[in-house]
Design a protein around this ligand. Structure first.
Ligand code: THU
Length: 173
């Protein structure tokens, strides 16, 4: 399914876009530069790089930046996301189009992506170059995401409560 959802040439273009935006990474502390490019269900392409901060937790991952850019421009479903990352190096041609390892999205980025899955799913593209990549369906990378369904109100019968691990006899007065 994941191979049919996005044409090979589109995958390669997303990888190239991820490499291009990776050059803007602000990885002052980790010196690990990441680029991401997302394709929305309506055909838009949005890119992001990691942006670090002296207060470390205030930094942002490349994937989250790209997804937030897409959503803030009105996109909702993400059909595909390409991710490239590795240690910062000299700005030579090799660096601009090739990294040594596949970079998996961190847990927070998986949660962010989970909110905006594409209408037919989301293909996650992990790339070393435009010719060396592997594909996952997002559902393979995230089991049991926390979703809006969990926020849809208290369970209205005891069986549901039990399934969610809530003791119905233990409700606050
Ligand atoms: N990083 C990303 O941008 N995406 C990931 O999925 C993993 C990690 C960034 C965060 C930080 O700026 C640097 O890589 C090292 O963790």
């Amino acid at each position: 399914m994941k191979n049919e959802m996005v044409a090979e040439e589109i995958i390669k273009n997303l990888i190239r876009s991820a490499f291009e935006v990776r050059e803007n990474a602000y990885a002052f502390y980790s010196h690990f530069a990441v680029g991401a490019a997302v394709l929305s269900d309506d055909g838009g392409v949005y890119t992001g790089c990691n942006i670090e901060n002296a207060s470390y937790p205030a930094g942002s991952c490349a994937e989250t930046v790209a997804i937030n850019k897409a959503v803030s421009e009105g996109a909702r479903g993400i059909r595909a996301i390409a991710i490239v990352g590795g240690p910062e190096g000299k700005e030579d041609d090799e660096q601009a189009s090739h990294v040594n390892d596949y970079i998996y999205p961190c847990g927070i980025c998986r949660q962010v992506l989970s909110e905006f899955r594409g209408k037919d799913g989301t293909v996650v593209i992990l790339a070393k170059s435009a010719d060396d990549y592997k594909l996952y369906d997002f559902s393979e990378l995230m089991v049991g995401a926390f979703t809006s369904e969990a926020l849809s109100g208290p369970a209205d019968d005891a069986d549901d409560s039990a399934e969610q691990g809530i003791d119905p006899d233990d409700s606050a007065e």
